[in-house]
Design a binder for this molecule. Structure first.
Ligand code: ADP
Ligand code: 5GP
Length: 197
């Protein structure tokens, strides 16, 4: 069966399990690329430049915007974040699918630029479970958790315009579901992605 490389956008509320699911699926599919975003925010402790993000100055980011180097970019909390074409093309040119882990607005911008992109939303089983996972992860302060939770209803509403929604309840089932979806879009030419209106 022929396999075509595809661009997959993975979005969902902070704590829904995007990072966990993507890294588990990539264990079985090391060929799947994952883009490193560019940002003008400062690195947090433990973050590795060019692995966590490409950390850029405001001027560097502006220059790349002018050069048309971004597939999409957006502002969050007075900082800019974006996906570089070079990151995406490095995979697609090698015939490998690529995953972008970005927010819903970024996802919609990608879909406008590349209608064949597949938008996959990772949803938590409930708000209570999401909050519990964020607290257990222990990577944010109470204030940062509150800020993330305040975005959840907007993000959940956007999920209706995504091509696919996976509820991350049982981890193993969700990993299998994501791997199967990626496989289906790569192998089935009839599954041309579309944004639902
Ligand atoms: P995101 O990348 O969406 O912010 P993470 O992948 O960091 O979320 O997951 C948030 C926390 O929830 C992590 O501590 C992770 O181990 C845990 N987690 C993820 N998926 C599940 C699941 N299905 N069941 C229980 N805990 C989970
Ligand atoms: P953080 O600063 O916590 O790492 O990320 C803040 C926000 O930026 C998150 O909502 C994250 O999804 C978003 N983000 C990270 N990378 C990108 C990107 O490349 N493009 C867009 N549009 N948003 C991004």
């Amino acid at each position: 069966m022929s396999r075509s490389p595809r661009l997959f956008v993975i979005s969902g509320p902070s704590g829904a399990g995007k990072g966990t699911l993507v890294s588990r699926v990539r264990e079985g599919r090391p060929d799947l690329g994952l883009t490193v975003s560019a940002t003008t925010r400062k690195p947090r402790p433990g973050e590795v430049p060019d692995v966590s993000y490409h950390f850029l100055s405001e001027d560097e980011f502006s220059r790349l915007v002018e050069e048309g180097a971004f597939l999409e970019w957006d502002g969050h909390f007075e900082r800019r974040y974006g996906t570089l074409w070079s990151e995406v093309n490095a995979c697609l040119d090698e015939g490998r699918s690529v995953i972008l882990e970005i927010d819903v607005n970024g996802g919609f911008n990608v879909k406008s630029a590349m209608p064949d992109a597949v938008l996959i939303f990772i949803a938590p089983p409930s708000l209570a479970i999401l909050e519990e996972r964020l607290r257990k992860r222990g990577s944010e302060t109470d204030e940062q958790i509150a800020k993330r939770l305040s975005r959840v209803s907007m993000e959940m509403e956007s999920s209706s315009r995504y091509d696919e929604v996976i509820v991350n309840d049982d981890l193993e089932s969700a990993v299998d579901e994501l791997a199967a979806l990626i496989d289906r879009y790569e192998t089935d030419e009839r599954t041309h992605a579309h944004v639902r209106d």
